[in-house]
Design a protein around this ligand. Structure first.
Ligand code: AMP
Ligand code: MG
Length: 353
């Protein structure tokens, strides 16, 4: 369905820049700082918009765009030419790029802290459901049980830039790749002198640097999970990352009329039905936020809140199947649309840090 526009978009890279509206006075330093430049691309199976301010923005955005494309080529689970595919084809050690090694190292570290909710070796199960090929199907119980035996992140060996996975063990970094790409792009922009930018990688990963040039916070909308035309509300946010995981991102309807989505519970091999339909995590870096949003979606509200109580490094917005809103105490969120009058529960830390 999305394939034709996706293909067209893949062929174009739109880079548009304009100065801030002219004031009656001659261009001053403030106007110069507020000059905005925007780049759009299709990568990692989604439309991305990168917006940066200031004179360094145009060339820095061109570099960031090509960096994201390079990361996409290395990390894609669907592309036979990717580094991930090379690792998955071979039981022998495979040398990967610095970025793939860095992401894998961070992802392994994160998956070790998330109570089994995030697994980097779910690939055989994800493929069996057709989420890579898009030839969707509901695998049988025995098939899933058999494939789950291959799911074990402790079998991945990473030494320097060398990855070894035994026969049958396959990597999928889809839950963290966009977050990593957003962090790398943000770091590159900063290195090139950009001090304010907002990078939107398909709506599910948003990475900011600084505030808006006028000092105000970024306004970030969260999608209504049941209606792609509308928003559930808006966040006010400073520097960092806002990552959202939702079943609506990719799903299919089975012959039984059930909806099956792409976020799987590693404990069962089935789509995670935890009662949450959208999980947004606000944190310092998008890679961590991306891992957390996927994992908390799997955990469900009760376990996710208990997990949050043990941490001080992220905030959240959860939307439930019954259209309730759960917010952690540090979030500035204004519901709108269908959610304007939804019940809101604010969760507070039980103990001081
Ligand atoms: P996200 O959109 O960041 O929540 O990531 C979802 C993607 O990660 C899916 O399309 C799968 O490729 C993969 N995935 C699904 N379930 C899990 C899981 N429990 N742990 C790790 N990766 C997963
Ligand atoms: Mg994720």
């Amino acid at each position: 369905m999305k394939q034709l526009p996706a293909l067209l978009a893949a062929m174009i890279l739109l880079l548009s820049c304009c100065a801030a509206p002219e004031s009656p006075a001659a261009k001053d330093a403030v106007a110069e700082d507020a000059a905005v430049c925007e780049s759009q691309l299709f990568a990692m199976d989604t439309y991305m918009t990168l917006r940066a301010y200031g004179s360094a923005a145009p060339s820095a955005l061109a570099e960031a765009t090509s960096l994201i494309r390079t990361l996409d080529a290395a990390l894609s689970a669907a592309d036979e030419g990717s580094e991930i595919a090379a690792v998955n084809r071979s039981a022998e050690p495979v040398t990967v790029s610095d970025d793939t090694a860095a992401l894998l190292s961070r992802a392994l570290e994160l998956s070790g802290t998330l109570n089994g909710a995030l697994s980097l070796t779910l690939s055989p199960v994800i493929r069996a459901w057709g989420f890579v090929s898009r030839a969707y199907r509901v695998p049988g119980k025995e098939e899933i049980a058999g494939l789950l035996k291959q799911v074990d992140d402790t079998k991945i060996q990473l030494e320097g830039n060398t990855v070894t996975t035994p026969e049958g063990t396959e990597l999928d970094l889809g839950a963290v790749a966009k977050g990593y790409a957003a962090d790398r792009a943000a770091a590159l922009l900063q290195e090139r002198g950009v001090s304010a930018c907002i990078l939107n990688l398909g709506g599910s990963t948003i990475r900011t640097v600084g505030t808006k040039p006028d000092g105000s916070l970024w306004r970030i909308a969260i999608r209504d999970p049941k209606d792609e035309e509308h928003y559930a509300g808006t966040l006010l946010f400073g520097e960092g990352a806002v990552d959202t995981s939702g079943g609506y991102e990719r799903f299919f309807e089975g012959e039984d009329g059930e909806i099956y989505w792409h976020i799987l519970d590693p404990a069962t091999g089935y789509p995670a039905r935890s009662g949450l339909v959208s999980v947004t995590v606000l944190t310092g870096d998008a890679c961590t936020g991306d891992a957390l949003s996927t994992a908390l979606f799997v955990m469900g509200a009760e376990d996710a809140v208990a997990f949050w109580q043990t941490r001080r490094d992220f905030e959240f917005v959860f939307l439930t199947e019954t259209d309730d809103i759960l917010l952690s105490e540090g979030v500035q969120f204004t519901p709108q649309g269908r959610y304007a009058d939804a019940p809101i529960t604010v969760i507070r830390h039980e103990t001081d840090p």
